[in-house]
Each structure stands twice: as C-alpha cells, then as structure tokens.
Design a protein around this ligand. Structure first.
Ligand code: HEM
Length: 478
C-alpha cells in the first residue's frame, strides 16, 4: 500500500514537472535531498556543472529548500539587478556569511550590513582613492617568485600554491605597508596561520549552521597569531607615520593603512577591515592568475598572441599605464573571468517580504513574491554560460569576443555590481596583468604539463581542482 502511494506521489511529481514546467519550479521537501546532492556534487568538484544543469532543466528562476531554508535561485539579469542594486536594502548578507566570517573578521566589511557596512565601505573607498598603484612593488615579489620556481623545463610545477604566496606578499605589502614575504624561506608564520583560519571558515560554511559542533581549538590559536601579526603591522605603520615626512618613501609605502587609520581610531576595527581586504583579495587574485596561466599553457594560439603583445614592451617591466594598453591580454583576462569566475556563487537573504521582477506565473515572466528570510542564490558561472546571452559558442574560451564588445548590464558580473561591487577590482586586475606579462617576458615559453580539464573546486574562492600545472622554459636553456 505504502509503495503504491509513493508511486502515485512520484508520478504526480513527474506530471507536475512536465505540464507545469513554465511555473516556477518548487519542491515541498525539507531540502535534505537538495543539500545532499549539492554536497555530493561538490565532493566530485562538479558543483558548478550540477547547478548549471539545474538551471537548464528547471529554468532561469526556481525555488527550493535546503536544510529547512527557503531558497530562490535565479540567473535572470532583471532579478540580479533587483537583488544586488535596485532593491539593495532588502537583500542582505545572510547569517551563513556573517557567522562564519565573524571570528576572523569581526564586524569588518565582509560580515556587515546596513549602517556598519556603509561605514566600512566609505573607509575602504577613501583608502583606495588615496593609494597610487605602483608596479615596482609587484616586481619585487615577482623576482622572489621566479627565484623559488624550478629552473628546468623538465620539471612539472603546479603554479597555484606559488601564486597564493605571491598574492599574499603583494597584498600585505600594499595593504599593510609591510610584506610577510611568504615566498622567502623561513617566513611563513603568518601565511601558515592564515591558511588554517581560512580553511576553518570554509569548513564551518560547509556544515552551516552546525559549525559549532566542530573543534575550533587550532583555528582559535591561529586566529590569535593572525590578529597579533596585523596589530604589529598597524603599530609599525603608525609609529613610522610619527617619525617621517609624508613625502618620503616610507610615507608612500604605508599610505593605504595610514589613510584608514586617520579615519578609524578603533584599532581592533582597523585590524578587522584590513583582514577583510586580505580575505576578499588575496585568494581571488591568486585563483585568477592561476586560471590565466592554466589557459595560456593549454592554448598555444592564445599564448602566442599574448607573447607577441607583451614583446611590444621590449623586455622592460610594465608600468601601470602599460597594462591597459595590452589589449589582447585584457580580453583574455575578461574571458577567463567569464568562463571561470573565481566567485561563481553568490547569495543574499531577504530582510523583509519583497518581490523579484521576473520568473513567476504560467509565462515564467511574472513577478515572484518572496517572503522574508528567503535566501537568494545565483550562479555567476551559469549566467556567464547562457547561450541566449552569449551566443551558441558560450562554452568556448574566445578572448576575441571582447574586442569592441561591452556586455549588457548584469550579464557579466565577476566583480558583482551595485553598491557592494568589488572595491579591489582595479588592484586585482593590475596584479594579474602584471604577473602574466612578466612571466611571459621572463620565460622563453610556458608549456602545459598534460591536458587536464578545468574543474571547479569550491572553497572560499573557486579553484581549478587540477591546478595550474606547467613546464617553465627558461630563456637561457642549458
Ligand atoms: C580577481 C580578483 C577578485 C574578484 C574576482 C573579486 C570579486 C568580488 C566579488 C564578486 C565581490 C562581491 C561579494 C559579495 O558581496 O558577496 C567582492 C567584494 C569585495 N572585494 Fe573583491 N574580488 C577580487 C579581488 C579583490 C581585491 C584585490 C580586493 C582588495 C584588496 C577586494 C576587496 C573586496 C571587498 C572589500 C569586498 C566587499 C565589498 C562590500 O561588501 O561592499 N577584492 N569581490
């Protein structure tokens, strides 16, 4: 009898899905099945494809539940504009983000909403405004990177962990005025502790809201190490501010941190904002640089074009102004961020009852009512691969598509958009363009290790599970 009832239920669900497919798709389950299927896909490094398939089958907007939370998933530009821009005050960073980030970042920009966020945002905006990008800072760390890489083209090297150290060294140099020099031997204390803390955030996210059941002793100790380090950097920067003249080299070096310190007396809050910037910027930039080197090694046609363009610099290292002029390289970075966005999933929670402009009704284009507490989730990965927005070749890596082409608003959002758009976009692009150009200048060639597919592994940032494995051919091959 029970089997018969279950059979009728399943049949009814299938008929419902077939005949009412144009209605917003909905499941009445508690969402354990949904959460489990996501977890399983993630374990296989196939979460992004899993989500993309769901949009293909269920449409561009659909609702579900995950572990008891109501969710609405959408890759409709109109809905993205509403959530991230037009109806911005309603859609907040949810507890998922806030509670998992808070032990490391307190009430810093990444884990704040409302007035607290506005304050953080203004502070960071003014620090970026006062800061002048200078590629000589990057060059110093590129030299340390190259010194630590294998010298023989016979050796396969996965560049991903090296780029993590590179971006750690550049980020701390720019933000704190003092690099942690994790690429140099014997100076990895801060970087090691930071890795433990970051890993802990990701593990808490995976099991949210059950993170409190995990053992946090190691993470707590590592958090203290990270906090003490940053406090030390702050003291050093502020002490030097008293001792030296603004015009001197030291004054320029600490510009970012000191600008923030002049507007923020609370030293704990200052530490949290600096760490928020590090968390937001370091891994993301490393992932982008890794993706770039992966694709350049795999695709000789693209590599040759970028090499030819970089050759126009006649071997001198690029100044910031030169970077924008490397047009084909810029197109390749945009294409990398389209097919492999490093923050491919984004979410918000509705603070009050609201509506989304599209995705409901029989036509699938009517507004959708959204009760307070609903989580909105988007897949930037799936959005960037929609054939109706990007053409039938949407899945192909083609930097040429960017020549004289600006995407429509909310069709392309690797740095998000609206009031919470990434404030570090310029810095991230400068570091990426510089690193790629320099490696192509320094090495005779960068060859693929083997032909492995790009596979998204999602942690706090999205990585290629197969790494960025290459063989570096030195100029003076012996
Ligand atoms: C390739 C590199 C980067 C990518 C793809 C990226 C992307 C993003 C995205 C998608 C967001 C929105 C997240 C959300 O609200 O849920 C964001 C926010 C943010 N990013 Fe970036 N980012 C990058 C590098 C950087 C760098 C280098 C910095 C600074 C050093 C930075 C600082 C921030 C901050 C502070 C926020 C929070 C903004 C706010 O909530 O108002 N990012 N970034």
């Amino acid at each position: 009898m029970l089997g018969l009832l279950a059979g009728i239920f399943v049949l009814a669900r299938i008929l419902y899905a077939i005949f009412y497919k144009s209605y917003i798709w909905e499941t009445k389950s508690s969402g354990f099945d949904f959460a489990l299927s996501n977890l399983r896909a993630n374990q296989r490094n196939a979460y992004l494809e899993h989500a993309q398939t769901a949009f293909r089958i269920l449409g561009n907007t659909w609702t579900t539940r995950s572990l008891g939370t109501s969710m609405i998933e959408s890759i409709e530009p109109e809905n993205l504009k509403a959530v991230f821009h037009a109806d911005f005050p309603t859609w907040q960073q949810g507890n998922f983000r806030i509670k998992t980030f808070r032990p490391l970042l307190g009430y810093g920009i990444l884990s704040a909403n409302g007035r607290a966020w506005e304050h953080s945002r203004a502070l960071i905006k003014s620090a970026f405004k006062s800061y002048t990008a200078d590629s000589t800072i990057y060059e110093k760390h590129i030299q340390n990177l190259v010194a630590s890489l294998p010298r023989s083209s016979a050796e396969v090297v996965d560049l991903q962990p090296y780029f993590l150290r590179l971006t750690m060294d550049i980020s701390t140099d720019v933000l704190f005025g003092t690099s942690v020099f994790s690429l140099l031997p014997g100076s990895a204390d801060f970087a090691d502790a930071y890795e433990i803390v970051k890993d802990n955030i990701f593990k808490d996210m995976q099991v949210y809201p059950l993170g409190w059941l995990r053992d946090h002793r190691e993470a707590r100790a590592a958090t203290k190490v990270v906090h003490d380090f940053v406090d030390g950097f702050i003291e050093k920067a502020l002490a030097s501010a008293d001792a030296i003249n603004e015009e001197e080299d030291q004054g320029r070096r600490y510009k970012f941190l000191r600008q923030m310190a002049t507007e923020l007396e609370d030293r704990t809050k200052l530490r949290m904002e600096l760490l928020s910037l590090l968390l937001a910027g370091r891994d993301t930039t490393a992932a982008l640089v890794s993706n770039m080197l992966y694709i350049l090694a795999q695709r000789e046609d693209i590599r040759r074009k970028v090499q030819a363009e970089v050759a126009s610099l006649s071997g001198r290292f690029p100044r910031i102004d030169d970077l924008k002029r490397l047009q084909y390289l810029n197109c390749t970075v945009k294409e990398s961020l389209r097919l492999h966005p490093v923050t491919p999933i984004n979410s918000r929670t509705a603070a009050t009852d609201t509506t989304l402009p599209t995705g409901g009704g029989v036509s699938g284009t009517s507004p959708v009512f959204v009760p307070a507490g609903t989580q909105f989730v988007t897949s930037v990965h799936a959005l960037h691969r929609r054939e109706d927005l990007w053409g039938p070749d949407a899945a192909a890596f083609k930097p040429e598509r960017w020549a004289n082409n600006t995407p429509a608003p909310w069709h392309y959002m690797p740095f998000l958009g609206g009031p919470r758009q990434c404030p570090g976009q310029g810095l991230a692009l400068n570091i990426t363009l510089f690193t790629v150009a320099r490696l192509l200048q320094i090495y005779e060639d960068i060859l693929p290790a083997r032909s492995e597919p790009w596979q998204g592994a999602i942690a706090v940032t999205c990585w290629n599970a197969n790494g960025a494995k290459v063989r570096l051919v030195p100029k003076d091959r012996t």
